[in-house]
Design a protein around this ligand. Sequence first.
Ligand SMILES: [Zn+2]
Length: 354
Amino acid sequence: MTQRSPSPSASIPVTKQLTNHISGKRPTPGFKTSFKQRLNSCAKLAAIVIAGLGLGSCAEPISQQVIDRPDKPNVVATSTMLWDLTDRVGGDEIDLVGILRPGADPHIYEPVPRDIVAIEAAELIFYNGYNLEPALIKLITASGINAEKIALGELVEPLDFDYQGKTAPDPHVWGSARNAIVMVEAIREYLTELSPEDAALFAQNADQLIAELKQLDQWITVQIATIPESQRYLVTTHDAFQYYAVAYDIPVAGTLIGISTEEQPSAQTVKNLSDTIKELGVPTIFAESTINPALIKTVAAEAGVNLAEQKLYSDSIGSLDSEANSYVMMLVVNTRTIVNGLGGNYENFEPSEQ
Ligand SMILES: [Zn+2]
């Protein structure tokens, strides 16, 4: 059974983690490619001509490579949140590759050769869907990719948003821990289908994770409720917190840009947002870890309010040497940042063992 405390690697450098994984500890997203897979892929890659992308990954020293048992099923997860949840359920029984690195922005991410290698070798691919990671979705759903492909985010009933006169589903479903439970149940189901002999282990890992997510959901509700109602508004850079807002009763007062980070805000948008902040009396607004904070700083200055020192983790977990290095800790750190910024009282998250 895989057991991890909520923040198992807060002080372990990434290189140490890679070494650890060889002896059965946790992998690092994006880094994990088996030796056999790498040999195959370098031969395949030589035949793929992608202008400007280069083939540097084949030349990495052997000490950077992770060697695994060759008979484990190859599983790919696109976002860092899905990578973490899949890692918790699959543990050491699967060969898991995370495509996005912590801190990368899924909306604008362009696949690199090592992603193609991983996706070609996969038997099962978990992706978010609802157009969170458009370039990766295009690659995954292209003809010739034989893996089973599951859009885990699309198992969640979406909140819709209007964009250029059309309604579209909001992809940021992981904002609610209840939605994460839906995705974990599906991860367990598809991993079990892929590797039935590990069914009991996957069930045990999933049950433990779901118990933790239920406690997390309850804990966030309690923490957010400590914020005085007159100040209980979220203002962030991009519109990634609607599921969090609905689940935990903290309305999004405004954002600088919409659902996708490709947009550029106009001067009028900056002015309107700072007017809204002043009108509502919101004391603190928030930058995000995956987006340049320059413009939201301008908004804070114009509205005369605080910009929280700690950025919110919107579309990625934190780096593996940060406190927010897992899905659960991403929500914990975000909630703490929001509660502290808006005048609530924060208690530690201490999930009980099941
Ligand atoms: Zn986003």
